[in-house]
Design a protein around this ligand. Sequence first.
Ligand code: FAD
Length: 255
Amino acid sequence: MCECCGQVKDLYLPQPATVNKVKMMNETELYLHLSMDDELLEYQPGQFVEVSIPGFGEVPISISSSPTQNGGFEIVVRNVGNVTNKIHQLNAGDKIGIRGPFGNGCYPAQEAKGKDLVFICGGIGLVPQRSFINYILDNRSDYGEVTVLFGTKSHDQRLYHSELQEWMGRDDIHLLETIDDAHDSWNGNVGVVTTLIPKIESTLDSSLIFICGPPIMYKFVLLALAQDKVETENIFVNLERKMKCGVGKCIKATV
Ligand SMILES: Cc1cc2nc3c(=O)[nH]c(=O)nc-3n(C[C@H](O)[C@H](O)[C@H](O)COP(=O)(O)OP(=O)(O)OC[C@H]3O[C@@H](n4cnc5c(N)ncnc54)[C@H](O)[C@@H]3O)c2cc1C
């Protein structure tokens, strides 16, 4: 039995899955829609899967869709090395291996009910956060105000263009976006994601805050939140780099 998720199955055996759709989101990030061949993948927001390409290896990748979505699940993969490069060569109809889902899911979906929620996302850190954001949008009346701060280094690294556009048009989610190094044509905020925090100061006190982004971002976001006297018990960080085997065998999480 898995110590993390309680599931009874062979944790080490990849199950066959089919690539239904692939689409480049920008120069380095590939979106994939997948479905398991033999069973549905049951997961919680914030969990990840091990994606394997026979002959090349296996990599942990966050699930970016919400479990409220039927018929498959979504991931986004940045091309950084051996296995991720092979994943970028996949086409619709190809087969891959999937293990999981793994991880406790860092989102307290029950505890967060009725509360105001703030998501602070840097770059590809939006990917796992999107799983919980869309879960909330599909259970909208269960939650309070939802604010998303999203920062990217440049225009080419923005993700989910049409979805962000849709969120901008909704009145039940408040999206603030920033670009570190913006073109003249950009009308939005310019600067790192922490430059958005003063704009939502009044909501911080009453909110649960979820952070996911590059390691350097955590330091400055946590400093900014400390300045605003946010209680640490209301802050949730996604520390994917602290993950080892994903199933609690090789190391126990200490953070
Ligand atoms: C829980 C979790 C969730 C994650 N979710 C996502 C996600 O949703 N999307 C995503 O894109 N990533 C995600 N990651 C990160 C992803 O798992 C890694 O990017 C992936 O494992 C890299 O594997 P690779 O074989 O492609 O790269 P590797 O070949 O292992 O290379 C990784 C890095 O090492 C460098 N490198 C490789 N070989 C050498 C060499 N010979 N000399 C010097 N440097 C080298 C590469 O340039 C690269 O920077 C997640 C990680 C964790 C732990």
